[in-house]
Design a protein around this ligand. Structure first.
Ligand SMILES: C[S@@+](CC[C@H](N)C(=O)[O-])C[C@H]1O[C@@H](n2cnc3c(N)ncnc32)[C@H](O)[C@@H]1O
Length: 249
């Protein structure tokens, strides 16, 4: 591995539910959708596959999952094999999804788009959805526009070029051709952090690799510092949007 990134940290520690609110928020959001055995779902940037496994196990949906990181895919594949879940896992880039247009009823994205080229990835989500299909995208959201200095600090840790506000995310989703765009759930990072003292809250899952490069702890420390100092300036939102049908668009 060359220089380690935040994505490497998540992969090496095997962090599942690597988004504010974790799997509990995912479950609550999905409970609001009409999911059936025939529903074709794409989990973009599936990480260790916690959500994809939940969808296959709980709803029996036809789940496809993609991620760019080979170690994430390896850990996801191990999970699906262990649980004997028929999730189709592929190497895939959110900026250029390896699927034909109109392939999915639901595209689910959790804490991924902010790391991508927004102009490309959002259009890709819209492209692979069938007319009338739904996008659910949970993303880091600035509580107010961030200064260039603040963005630089975040970029140094996460490699993100931008952290849009809620209004900016909604505008971007609309520009990608999606309709009925709403932020359906969310809050500040502070509101979603588990309490280290009492242990209360939603904790992520860990599946660490053996012999982790100690260099990774530096990234962990910087992530912890930034989380603490930005916890009121940064938040998360679940954006829900629809691909228009020909007659409605
Ligand atoms: C913060 S983690 C979230 C993982 C998972 N969705 C979850 O909530 O636990 C971000 C994930 O997005 C993946 N990722 C980053 N950029 C990507 C891209 N352009 N295409 C596909 N996956 C990407 C990373 O490898 C990582 O698994």
């Amino acid at each position: 591995m060359g220089e380690l990134s935040y994505q490497d940290l998540l992969a090496l520690f095997g962090i599942g539910g690597a988004h504010p609110g974790g799997i509990a928020l995912t479950e609550a959001v999905l409970a609001g959708e009409r999911l059936k055995k025939t529903t074709r779902v794409l989990d973009v940037g599936c990480g260790t596959g916690q959500t994809a496994a939940f969808l296959a196990r709980t709803y029996g949906c036809q789940v496809t999952a993609v991620d760019l990181h080979p170690l994430m895919r390896q850990k996801a594949q191990e999970r699906f094999a262990k649980e004997k879940l028929p999730v189709k896992l592929l190497k895939g880039d959110a900026n250029k999804l390896p699927f034909p247009s109109g392939r999915f009823d639901l595209v689910l994205v959790e804490s991924v788009t902010v790391f991508t080229d927004l102009a490309k990835s959002l259009k890709e989500y819209a492209r692979v959805l069938r007319p009338g299909g739904i996008l659910l995208d949970l993303e880091m959201t600035a509580e107010r526009p961030l200064s260039a200095k603040e963005l630089q600090e975040l970029q140094g840790v996460y490699g993100t070029k931008q952290v849009p506000t809620e209004a900016e995310w909604i505008g971007r989703l609309q520009k990608a051709g999606l309709r009925d765009v709403l932020a359906v759930k969310g809050g500040t990072v502070a509101s979603a952090l588990p309490d280290a003292e009492s242990g209360e809250g939603v904790w992520p899952e860990f599946n660490p690799s053996e012999g982790i490069d100690p260099g990774i702890y530096k990234i962990w420390e910087r992530h912890q510092q930034v989380t603490e100092s930005f916890k009121h300036r940064l938040g998360y939102r679940v954006y829900r949007a629809k691909k228009g049908t020909k007659s409605s668009s």
